[in-house]
Design a protein. Structure first.
Length: 753
């Protein structure tokens, strides 16, 4: 399967989005299509052996819309030139039509005041009362300003569908053509004892108000992608390269992997790389959300778009273009903004039958009022009101606009949310499972104790360090790195290793200078029938202090014991306390022995500990928690956490961890600060609350508005909803939903701890 994203044009409401979705899903070879009305994008998964992009675009064209692929090379440039020109042209066109329609509508309203009020108003020119003048004034509004409603409505009719444009075209046409009849044949009405009233102002004002609402809606929808534009705006425009001993400024697009770049104080770092000369502190807040500058020296990684604070340094470019951290963040945010939350399904089901149902209600309204009263004016006003007030747009925008703002706000806080489903599910989390090493702790363990059976006689201790570190050098485990660093600090030269083998969850072994060296857990030593009694007291002492004890055996005999400590992150205790205050159960998961694990758990305030869990058992452990009926989130950073992250309902990867863990997760916490988990959950809850508000307003608006427009209050109060008011309500219902979603931009995480 391949994934692609298409930019869509021509959509006017959620019904259009459903039509496009159905058209693309009907193409053989398309596995899944999600159309986001708010983002005006289609995210498609398809089999390239059975279909291609051209066939998918043809299906969109056949449905009456247009689509073009978003190019990866435009990722860090935002909208391409064609899209910018299209948006500008569309905005200008709407503004022209709103201006013309507004002026004419005001004139028509003034001319209609005598009829509407039943009063003689001498200050209004008599010629404005003339139906022919009103016809001449209304016609350009009806057929030029309202041209798009007719065109889109006709396209929908040809594919046996109906959209919001269909409702507007039907409603305004009913008012216009009904008014045309008494204008052309006034004597017919007079002979029937009827007043030849006209409602040209209704058609003109409704079209103008709806276009004005659409103009505001487009501008408001543009603000939902502000986070993307902010991220793109972070990148530097140029880079100062060192070439042939000279400094050369080049556009960032020309930087290649391996280029050496000079960065001075106050400048932005252009691309990702590794410091090779100099030192400085760097503000990485715009990417990680961390406010404290980070010290950098040779060997450390730097991230493009972050700001150099103090010193000058040189670094070698390691990732450029769409491979940089910033580009990947932008891509993930775009991916999330184009996804669809499960809560949207109800709205989709409603909008699927919404327009046909409204047309049926409008016809029924006309028939009932005309049959019971014989009053064609009453029947017309209520019918037009029903057609005009109905708004599937509000339902279609309720979820995607909130998701777009929520995921963008997450990126601003250093939280990457891969999809709307993850954002929605995060607010339901009941249990948080935290991996110990690298998640609760800093992930940089150090050797603090080294005990040998034979003491330091005859250089025994350093010889044992050499054997141990030589084997551990071949392992990727953090504890192995600690042993190697310890050997390097003791200036011990490492030897070659033969027949190296890593036993998952137990330890490592290899042959060094004809000696079999085995390093690992006490459980493994027991399985190997190696007696550990000689150092048992030391092992218990280390574990009591919260240190990890690893055993060293040479040729089947215990020779030593290392105590390794991994400092707890300064913010872990505060974050765990905040999670518990949110009503969540916090569980620590580790492969460490129970005594060490429980010591760490007590220190950070965790009550439930799952210790001595091998890497291959982590996913099964998460599944057991799920079988308890809980919504489980797993937080980890290592390769061995990836299966558990995938198994969890919501997988959260520490951004400072491995790419594999990040790929398997639903949410990535760039900074590695556990307080980001609290922020992610608070953001999810705020977003879902906002979505529910939007859906409530959208449903209530339509459920209450349509019956009122149909005249349900007339028998009781003698009051009818003026179609002009109905048009205004419809025009601004979508604007109100988008505006409510934009309130999420003010989201701020509540203090933790």
């Amino acid at each position: 399967m391949e994934n692609t994203t298409l930019k869509l044009r021509g959509m006017s409401c959620a019904s259009c989005a459903n039509s496009i979705e159905d058209a693309i899903n009907s193409v053989p070879g398309v596995n899944e299509c999600i159309v986001n009305f708010g983002a005006e994008q289609a995210t498609i998964k398809y089999d390239p052996r059975r279909t291609n992009l051209e066939a998918i675009q043809q299906a969109v064209d056949a449905a009456g819309y247009s689509a073009y692929p978003l190019q990866e090379q435009n990722l860090m440039r935002g909208e391409d030139d064609a899209e910018k020109k299209h948006r500008l042209r569309e905005s200008r066109d709407l503004m022209r039509k709103v201006t013309v329609g507004g002026i004419i509508s005001i004139v028509l309203l003034i001319g209609s005041l005598p009829m509407m009020t039943g009063l003689h108003l001498p200050f209004i020119p008599v010629w404005l009362h003339n139906p022919w003048v009103q016809l001449i004034l209304t016609t350009p509004v009806q057929f030029w300003c309202g041209y798009s409603f007719y065109i889109n409505g006709w396209k929908a009719l040809k594919r046996h569908a109906a959209t919001m444009d269909t409702l507007i075209a039907l409603g305004t046409s009913a008012a216009y053509f009904y008014s045309l009849f008494p204008t052309l044949f006034p004597s017919f009405f007079i002979n029937q004892g009827l007043t030849p009233d006209v409602y040209y102002e209704t058609a003109a004002v409704v079209i103008t108000l709806i276009l004005l609402g659409r103009l505001f809606e487009n501008r408001a929808k543009g603000q939902t992608s502000e986070a993307i534009r902010k991220l793109i705006g972070l990148q530097a425009k140029t880079a100062r390269l060192i070439r042939n001993g000279r400094e050369v400024d080049v556009p960032i697009e020309e930087v290649q992997i391996g280029d050496v770049i000079l960065v001075r104080p106050g400048e932005k770092i252009p691309v990702d790389g590794e410091v090779i000369e100099g030192a400085s502190t760097i503000d990485e807040g715009m990417v990680t959300g961390e406010s404290v500058p980070v010290k950098k020296q040779p060997g450390d990684e730097v991230i493009g778009a972050t700001i150099n604070k103090t010193g000058s340094f040189k670094f070698r470019a390691t990732r450029v273009g769409s491979d940089t951290v910033l580009a990947q963040i932008v891509q993930l945010v775009q991916q999330a903004q184009g996804s669809k939350a499960p809560i949207q399904r109800l709205a989709d089901q409603v909008t699927g039958w919404f327009v046909p149902a409204v047309i049926a209600i409008a016809l029924l309204t006309f028939i009932i009022w005309f049959n019971f009263t014989g009053n064609v004016t009453l029947a017309l006003i209520t019918t037009v009101g029903v057609l005009i007030i109905a708004c599937p747009c509000a339902l279609g925008l309720a979820t995607p606009t909130s998701v777009m703002v929520g995921t963008g706000k997450g990126a601003e806080n250093g939280i990457l949310i891969k999809g709307a489903e993850s954002l929605e599910l995060a607010h339901k989390i009941q249990t948080i499972v935290l991996d110990k090493t690298g998640t609760i702790t800093q992930g940089k363990p150090t050797v603090t104790d080294f005990v040998t059976v034979n003491g330091t006689a005859n250089g025994n201790e350093m010889r044992l360090v050499q054997l141990t570190a030589s084997v551990e050098r071949n392992s990727e485990h953090p504890l192995a790195e600690a042993v190697v660093r310890y050997a390097q600090s003791q200036e011990v030269a490492l030897a070659d290793v033969k027949e190296f083998e890593a036993i998952t969850g137990s330890g490592v072994q290899g042959i060094v200078s004809s000696h079999l060296v085995q390093i690992g857990t006490q459980r493994w030593m027991s399985e190997l029938d190696i007696d550990t009694q000689a150092l048992q007291h030391d092992k218990e002492r280390l574990e009591y202090l919260g240190k990890t004890a690893i055993w060293i055996a040479v040729d089947g005999q215990i020779q030593g014991l290392m105590g390794i400590s991994d400092a707890i992150k300064p913010t872990s205790i505060q974050a765990i306390r905040a999670l518990q205050k949110l009503g969540l159960e916090v569980v620590m998961l580790t492969g460490d022995n129970r005594r060490t694990a429980e010591t760490i758990a007590r220190e950070v305030g965790i009550k439930r500990v799952l210790a001595e869990v091998r890497p291959d058992q982590k996913a099964a452990t998460v599944k057991k928690l799920q079988l308890e009926g809980k919504i489980v989130a797993m937080v980890g950073d290592g390769i061995n956490d990836a299966p558990a992250l995938a198994q969890a309902d919501v997988g959260m990867a520490i951004g400072t961890g491995t790419d594999v863990a990040i790929a398997a997760s639903d949410i990535t916490l760039i900074s590695g600060d556990l307080r980001s988990i609290v922020t992610a959950i608070q953001l999810s809850r705020a977003t879902i609350r906002n979505i529910r508000q939007n859906l409530f307003f959208a449903f209530i608006y339509n459920v209450a508005g349509i019956p009122i427009a149909a005249g349900i209050l007339f028998p009781i109060f003698g009051w009818l909803l003026n179609p002009i008011i109905a048009g205004a309500a419809m025009a601004f219902s979508s604007v109100s939903v988008v505006t409510n979603a934009l309130r999420l931009r003010k989201f701020q995480a509540k203090p933790v701890g």
